[in-house]
Design a protein around this ligand. Structure first.
Ligand code: GLN
Ligand code: ZN
Length: 756
């Protein structure tokens, strides 16, 4: 019999219950107890939704982040967090979110650094290490969840992050080598495994996705050392890799002394047979056959065609699972009653993916006949999508075929352009600006919601949005900012907003995916050829500009980010979809320019996160993505100033590509890094303007004027002052006005001091 299991389930809840409970707790509207009840209810429901599996994951549920949880389990919270008063839960959230001097004078704490989880749009809290890091096992959370699951009759398989990947994910603050900590770390893991076995776990899933990255000899050695030391038959270890091919690490993975390994068969189809042949005969092979990263139904017949021979070879040693944790997809497609029925029939979310898994397992166990009906229904859906006329737009295909290199080039190089722009714009030194959004107040959200439900008439909605824009403009003028924005009140999300206005996109109501902590995104579904029927942003920007003499920046999302934050087609290369998006954005840029907008920002927040996990694959990706950006941005006059913005970015290794984008101004996130990120720009002698973020908008902390001056001075050590802008790290939509106003006051005051 084939064994079915799951690597992880979305934790936020089909109605984002966890998000709302967390935010209530943080705001003091809910007790710790109430939060715990919501969390336990969600776990119970999720285990019920996974009841048909032979093993359900346990312990991957997290109140904030599974990596931070692992840090807690290993007793590795930073001292600045752990030393303060308050409950354990408070310390946990301090590590995640920081704590402002305002709300707790005794206990201001910097938040832990956040970074992308491999090539996904999920962010984890980076473990912090130093040469004297000591680990101390704190298994309570995991044990509680295990006991809870077992009490509910769940076939529980605890999930932990493996020791090598745990170190790989972290960083040291003192220049020491984090691999040196491995020997100190392993006893904690050994102890944890013992305790889990005692608590009734037969199998433990130990995640080592670092295996799909390029590992040097030291890291490979670490894998050997770790697993030889942890070697145990009690509990049995299922070593899970996902998000890519194992390539050069395939043999290493096969030879580690564990009871089984999980391979992402969706990203590494060509490795399935090699592993099936290689793997010692006492080990199980779990194949991730259902894509855990997208929302399309799987072609079950096609999977069975290649899977049946593998099953013949492996027999009971074959396990089936989604390719990775289902954290990256929404929970359930059933409530999506507003979706077009044809498109809905093409989709599978977490719950449906587990159903697909069940069909596959049954087909292998009992023969395809036993699942004739679901197989036929699946086949019908796959065919309907393949044949649909809504997917192909010949005019779009023709336009893409006519793209030329010149379309990606500006008229003249940056030095000439910036002089012309300066003549027109007359900005002071250290110009101040923001990244686009201003606080999305409850009133704004309410208005959007009522408008979409038809409870608010279009003209009233328009009036309310305009009054928000007016408020933003007034406030920015009062603050003395130099380049203003309209504040983006009309945008629910920087990608969905554009997707909604483009043909080829579909939307869900509840298709939320966790981005970090309580933050979720609802990626739109790119299902067909992309076409822009009409201008998307011009009216809002024009209205904002009508209220002020200062320049207002037009605000767009770039093609690469729209692509990377959407669920994309699996029936054509990403590159092709990206060029279609680039043409649509290019038209919008040109319309803004025609409407008299002199500064246009094209956000590419997600450029970096789309980088392939292996550096050897980067050039190909950067070629087509940067090309797409250039097509979108560069069809303007020299006097039009193009900005781009990127968050969470390190630039060292992609600086050449960034420079090739040729944006007149780039704003980046730097405040948490003490401007170290600017070294990349300095060393490369990056030629254009830069706005290094001086205000960490992810934390409720309000920066002081002196702190901002200090950061800008650090910046000026690296970049000529004449090319520096002063701005926050990112958009302000998640912050409150009470936080934003003093922060921007400090920012503008700092710029004035710098000018003087
Ligand atoms: N313009 C967007 C905003 O300000 C940019 C957001 C982002 O980079 N993530 O909200
Ligand atoms: Zn940003």
């Amino acid at each position: 019999m084939v064994t079915t299991h799951n690597l992880g389930f979305p934790r936020i809840g089909g109605q984002r219950e966890l998000k709302f409970a967390l935010e209530d707790y943080w705001a003091g509207r809910q007790t710790e107890q109430e939060l715990a009840i919501t969390a336990a209810d969600l776990r119970r429901r999720h285990w019920q939704q996974q009841a048909k599996l032979d093993f359900a994951p346990v312990g991957e549920f997290s109140l904030y982040d599974q990596v931070l949880d692992m840090s807690v389990t290993l007793g590795n919270l930073p001292a600045r967090v752990a030393d303060k008063e308050g409950s354990e839960l408070d310390a946990y959230f301090r590590a995640a979110r920081g704590r402002g001097a305002n709300d707790s004078p005794c206990c201001a704490t910097a938040a832990g650094e956040m970074t992308k989880w491999f090539d996904t749009n999920y962010h984890y809290i980076v473990p912090e290490f130093s040469a004297d890091t000591r680990f101390e096992l704190n298994p309570e959370r995991l044990l509680n969840q295990l006991a809870e699951a077992r009490a509910q009759g769940v076939q529980a398989k605890p999930v932990i992050i493996g020791p090598v990947t745990y170190l790989w994910l972290g960083k040291t603050s003192d220049g020491s080598n984090r691999l040196d900590l491995l020997e100190r770390l392993l006893p904690a893991y050994a102890q944890l495994l013992d305790i889990l076995a005692d608590a009734g776990a037969d199998w433990v899933q130990i995640d080592e996705p670092a295996l799909v990255t390029e590992l040097d000899a030291n890291w490979r050695y670490a894998f050997n050392l770790a697993y030889h030391q942890l070697k145990s038959n009690r509990p049995k270890l299922l070593l899970a890799s996902y998000f890519g091919e194992l390539r050069g690490n395939l043999q290493l993975a096969c030879e580690l002394p564990v009871a089984g390994i999980h391979l992402d068969a969706v990203s590494a189809p060509d490795e399935v047979n090699r592993i099936a042949d290689w793997l010692p005969s006492h080990k199980v092979l779990s194949l991730g056959v259902i894509n855990g990263r997208n929302i399309w139904k799987s072609d079950l017949t096609k999977i069975l065609d290649w899977l049946e021979p593998v099953h013949d070879k492996l027999g009971d040693r074959l396990w089936l699972a989604p390719s990775c944790s289902l954290l990256h997809v929404p929970v359930d497609v059933t409530p999506e009653t507003e979706l077009d029925v044809e498109i809905r029939n093409w989709l599978a979310f977490a719950v449906q993916k587990l159903d697909e898994l069940q069909v596959l397992a049954q087909a292998l166990n009992e023969g395809r006949k036993a699942v004739q009906q679901p197989l036929a229904a699946n086949q019908q859906a796959i065919e309907s999508r393949r044949r649909s006329a809504r997917v192909i737009n010949p005019a779009v295909r023709a336009a893409v075929a006519e793209i030329t290199t010149e379309m990606g080039n500006r008229q003249n190089p940056y030095p000439q352009r910036i002089a012309l722009q300066q003549q027109k714009l007359r900005l002071p030194a250290f110009p101040t600006t923001t990244i686009g959004s201003f606080p999305q107040t409850p009133e704004i959200r309410q208005a959007r919601l009522r408008f979409r439900k038809g409870e608010l008439a279009a003209k009233d909605y328009l009036a309310q949005m305009q009054s928000e824009i007016a408020r933003c403009i007034r406030e920015q003028e009062r603050l003395g900012l130099d380049v203003l924005v309209h504040g983006e009140p009309e945008r629910n999300d920087m990608v969905e907003y554009f997707g909604e206005q483009l043909d080829g996109y579909a939307f869900t109501r509840f298709g939320w995916v966790q981005s970090y902590g309580s933050r979720c995104v609802k990626p739109p579904i790119l299902f067909g050829d992309i076409h822009r029927p009409k201008a998307m942003t011009v009216a809002w920007t024009r209205y904002a500009q009508s209220l002020t003499d200062k320049p207002v920046k037009g605000m767009l999302t770039g093609p690469v980010t729209i692509l990377n934050w959407s669920f994309v087609r699996d029936d054509q290369p990403r590159k092709d979809s990206c060029l279609q998006l680039a043409l649509a954005i290019r038209e919008e840029v040109q319309d803004l320019e025609k409407a008299g907008v002199d500064i246009i920002q094209i956000d590419e927040a997600a450029l970096r996160e789309g980088l392939p996990l292996r550096q050897s694959d980067w050039d190909t990706y950067l070629d087509w993505t940067i090309n797409s950006f250039r097509i979108a941005a560069n069809g303007v006059q020299d006097t039009t100033q193009i900005h781009t913005h990127m968050c969470y970015s390190e630039f060292n290794d992609i600086i050449k590509a960034i420079a090739h984008m040729d944006a007149d101004v780039i704003t980046i996130e730097t405040s948490r890094s003490d401007m170290e990120l600017l070294d990349a720009f300095k060393n490369f002698e990056y030629p254009n303007d830069i706005g290094p973020g001086v205000y960490d908008i992810h934390s409720p902390n309000v920066p002081g004027q002196q702190q901002i001056i200090k950061l800008m001075k650090l910046a000026a050590e690296r970049i000529p002052a004449a090319r520096l802008w002063v701005n926050p790290d990112c958009g302000l939509k998640t912050r409150k006005w009470e936080e934003v106003t003093p922060a921007l006051e400090a920012m503008v005051a700092a710029a004035q001091v710098l000018r003087a």
